[in-house]
Design a binder for this molecule. Structure first.
Ligand SMILES: Cc1cc2nc3c(=O)[nH]c(=O)nc-3n(C[C@H](O)[C@H](O)[C@H](O)COP(=O)(O)OP(=O)(O)OC[C@H]3O[C@@H](n4cnc5c(N)ncnc54)[C@H](O)[C@@H]3O)c2cc1C
Length: 497
């Protein structure tokens, strides 16, 4: 039984799926996103370095190079429309010896070939003046002034909220398990209780994008079958572990600082985050289990060693959090993105999107939406509204704060002291389109629990507000995933001694 009919079903609610959905709503198309997890942005889009890369690193002529450069150029406008903080702090790749200094010249040439502007080679004395905390023996750096930092999960949420505001629908906790083709060649996408008919399907399933492509292959007919198999690929997950340091360390460096990249990765970086912390990582190791985001001792050692090599005096005891993201690396020779039409008519891939996928997301979304709209002969949507607003109490002037508190006293109650987050903001995070449904969901939307105390003060208040807003008992509130309950039972009634 069909439970819904759409022009396009997008599989995956990471940053790529969110931007594809948003860009599709610029056309007169009905769009639905199916996400396996209980919230958007819980895959790689929620655990990465948050760097907007300039685009000098990818090999010229690849999809990575194209979408990186275009995405970076789009980022300022997109983040301004979506009210997401983006700091264009610039990035630098540093050379530890003369051999590495030669590699900087190659990266500069490659960047120019890719169309990156604002690249500049720095001598060691120029570098020392800009970044005095870096090691004394560095030989120079490549500065990319248009690079920056963004909050990856806020970008994902914002793009999805805006897609929903423009008419897209989102079903969470809905893993797609199979895809069928009907006689008229339309698709039926099965995801739990949802059986959605669609003219087009987009695979934006991140680390599972090979599995979803296999589902697409099952739906292939006639000549499509052989060609679809020829284009199949596998994802080989690779972990990247991080250490996040307290805001007291946020000024250790002013730029995103990289070492010379290897063929497999851009290496360990030291960077301020857009929220003012200091981030170290990621490590690089194979990981067999696609759900395993644990941190490991060897991974942490790699991060420490790499960070010390860049900043010898780095204050490692200031770490407040460690986490792991999983890269969706394909088994294709150059690990390029797989974006575009497939041999299966109406089935599109945005697969194997490893770094710089966050940077590339607006460009990938735009590219795919345009080809899908052309294939489905869809006209532009004149009512598309690109804007999304997000109120941050701590960023308002004193007068604006006073005015807000007078209108709504819940903005006068601080819930998270470390990050200065008010009750009003927590309630707003739950009420927004694609709103929070868990303590971590509130955390990712407001930053409650992201400070030095890591939720010690605010978590219980967030549980109460979630219970009230969702009309459930506090014992039913979860930390993150379904079943991750925080409270087991009520031990006393309000007012009891
Ligand atoms: C360690 C690390 C560091 C990185 N650093 C950077 C960086 O600094 N800058 C940058 O530009 N990029 C960076 N990236 C890359 C960037 O994070 C990714 O390219 C981007 O997040 C990929 O987004 P996605 O939507 O394709 O994948 P995801 O965010 O993983 O989203 C895919 C979604 O699909 C869902 N899904 C899977 N299977 C199904 C199914 N069957 N049904 C329904 N839903 C399904 C998943 O639950 C998930 O939510 C980094 C990545 C990693 C891992």
């Amino acid at each position: 039984m069909i439970t819904g009919t759409y022009d396009v079903v997008v599989v995956g609610g990471g940053v790529i799926g969110a931007f594809i959905a948003r860009e599709l709503t610029k056309f007169k198309l009905s769009v639905c996103v199916l996400e396996a997890k209980a919230d958007v942005g819980m895959g790689a889009s929620g655990a990465n370095s948050g760097i907007v890369h300039g685009g000098f690193d990818p090999e010229p002529g690849t999809q990575k190079a194209r979408f990186n450069v275009e995405g970076c150029q789009m980022m300022r406008k997109v983040t301004s429309d979506l009210d997401v903080p983006f700091e264009m702090i610039g990035s630098m790749v540093v050379a530890h010896n003369m051999e590495e200094k030669e590699i900087l010249k190659k990266l500069l040439k490659q960047g120019k070939e890719n169309g990156v502007k604002s690249l500049q080679l720095l001598d060691s004395w120029e570098l020392g003046g800009l970044e005095p905390s870096l090691g004394p023996n560095l030989k120079g750096a490549l500065l990319s002034s248009e690079s920056g930092v963004v909050c990856p999960y806020e970008l994902t949420q914002a793009a999805m909220e805006n897609a929903i505001h423009n008419g897209a629908e989102l079903f969470l906790s809905s893993p797609v398990t199979s895809i069928e083709r009907q006689e008229d060649l339309t698709y039926v996408v099965h995801a739990g209780e949802h059986h959605l008919q669609a003219r087009a399907v987009v695979n934006a399933a991140g680390i599972y994008s090979d599995k979803v492509y296999e589902m697409g292959m099952e739906a292939a007919v006639g000549d499509e079958i052989i060609e679809a198999h020829q284009e199949s690929f596998h994802i080989v997950p690779r972990s990247g572990e991080y250490m996040l340091l307290d805001k007291s360390e946020g000024m250790t460096v002013c730029h995103v600082v990289f070492r010379i990249p290897s063929e497999m990765s851009k290496g360990i970086i030291v960077t301020p985050t857009v929220d003012g912390n200091l981030l170290l990582g990621p490590s690089l190791n194979p990981r067999a289990d696609r759900e395993d985001t644990s941190t490991t001792i060897p991974g942490m050692e790699q991060v420490k060693e790499g960070a010390r090599r860049l900043v010898p005096e780095i204050n490692l005891p200031a770490v407040i959090k460690a986490y792991t993201g999983l890269r969706a690396t394909t088994d294709r020779a150059n690990h390029d993105f797989i974006v575009g039409r497939t041999p299966i008519k109406g089935f599109y891939n945005a697969a194997g999107i490893e770094s710089p996928g966050l940077t590339s997301s607006p460009a990938i979304g735009q590219y795919l939406a345009e080809i899908i709209a052309a294939d489905l002969e869809a006209k532009l949507n004149p009512d598309f509204d690109p804007k999304r607003k997000h109120l941050r109490f701590r960023d308002l002037s004193f007068e604006e704060q006073q005015e807000l508190v007078e209108k709504d006293p819940s903005y006068g109650r601080i819930i998270c002291r470390c990050e200065t987050i008010t009750e009003g903001e927590v309630r707003d995070a739950i009420r927004r389109p694609c709103g929070a449904r868990s303590v971590d969901g509130v955390k990712r939307r407001t930053r409650t629990g992201m400070g030095r105390c890591q939720g010690g003060f605010c978590s219980s208040h967030v549980v109460d507000i979630l219970a009230e807003e969702l009309g459930i008992d506090p014992t039913e509130v979860v930390q993150s995933t379904p079943g991750s309950y925080i409270l087991t039972e009520q031990t006393k009634m309000k007012g009891e001694e």
